[in-house]
Write a protein that binds this ligand. Sequence first.
Ligand code: ASP
Length: 576
Amino acid sequence: MKRTALIGELNESNQGPVTLQGWVSRRRDLGGLIFFELRDRSGTVQVQVDPQSSAFAQADRLRSEYVVTVCGQFQQRPESQRKGGLADFEVLADAVEILNRAKTPPFELDRGSEVSEDLRLRYRYLDLRRPEMQQNLMLRSRVWAAITEFMAEHGFINVETPMLTRSTPEGARDFLVPSRLSEGEFYALPQSPQLFKQMLMMAGYDRYYQMARCFRDEDLRADRQPDFTQLDMEMSFVEQEDVLELNSRLLAHIFRTVLGRELPLPLPRLTYQEAMDRYGSDKPDLRFEHAFVDVTDLFAGGEFKAFAGAEAVKVIAAPELTRKQIDELERIAKQNGAGGLAWLKRSGESFSGGISKFVGGITPQLLERSGVEDGGTLLFTAGAWRTAVEALGAVRLALRDLFDWAAGGPEFAPLWVTDFPQLDFDAESGTWTYMHHPFTAPHPDDAALFGSERQGEIRAQAYDLVMNGFEIGGGSIRIHDPATQRQMFQAIGLSEEEAQEKFGFFLEALDYGTPPHGGAAWGFDRLVMVLSGAASIRDVIAFPKNNRGQDLLAGAPSPVAPAQLDELGLKVQPQD
Ligand code: ASP
């Protein structure tokens, strides 16, 4: 018995005999009849088995997750039971064949969203049967198809780069693979194909892309996995505008073909400085506004000593808050580096509570600039600019979650963040480091500042694609002349020898005719997470690691046999 359709393909025009195959769920016995849902990857349909039917004896043996073939009449349900869509139809079974039986699942699939994630991951093949997961993976497949279609149409060639390679410069810890043939030596899994894609440009391939697996040994979060997929691309003879324009059109293409929506172009843009200044984040969630207001000048030299000499004083207007809520927000601000979170409550034309006794003289200005509603709360951070804005940025997101601010806005709010700093000062080690990666080109107007006291002001030709508060992608125009590359290494304190040791092969290639080039990479899993509305990146990856980096299904990582270690010349030294 061959199936005649997938369940999701059935519609009014299929009324009549059908043969379907799939899994049984939700069997119910009502008034002598047997009902169950039949599920395949495309949908579910109700099957009814009458006691007189020759299918009844087999149907009576069905349990959840049995695999069956059902032959019967696809027909409309009685009028009183119609609600619209496929749910208005059912299959009246003539024959049921059990293809395989199943043990009782360790959790009810219908309640998959309520059970512990570790249990779902341990039995992922059952979890993946849930319609929600099926939809996520099918969306993922459609986004993938949309991307590869667009890239091919725009002259990009697909090239694979090695998995077993040398450390690549994305600033995370490497996953290492011991070499058997060169004892005591290791491959690194790629953090990105960065150096290879640049060498493809040097090799003259002009436009490259790859759906690349990348590996970064970092602490895990809801939007991170140790191995993940990037849409990686590189283009020759381009400027920043060309890369932004093409990537914007790619996003619009995905929206159109996958979501059936028009995405207005050009996408909004903010410089890094603006994004940080207004939203306290280089990946601002713009589904809602609630920007900060700068009030540094109002407090400068004033009676509130804690703010009087601050480099920046920022304020955000919030609805009425309880003391408990303010305390919780203060905890978040402190966690993000602030010394505290000052507050005021608006009562008519004046303020009460918090720091109100210090703001008598500036009340009208505070009311006007912040636009806070009556009864509402003003929340302030102050101090070094970066700390003040970052801490208030975390508060802004906590307020979003508290008051569901994102629900009032557009479903998707993509934008470009541009003009990232070239260098970042690490206060802990007292050293300069790169912000994007060391091959990113500086803004031509700023390159002269390398090595000067003002090198922190150098802007990079680097950009991020941001959506709903997530970094969806990022890239840069690359350094293509060896002299600038040397300056960059010097600026981050990398000696000639260290640079040779790490990237010698790449620096050598740079000398053999490198075209101007630039590119970007998108976090493909993260993009699908945002498009699907999933709460975790794990919900859009078929077989992800849990938040402790474990694959609970296959059981990885795992110890290996001593013989395997011997062969590699390795010995495990337990750490205390
Ligand atoms: N290699 C960078 C990354 O993985 C992206 C790029 O610069 O193209 O973040």
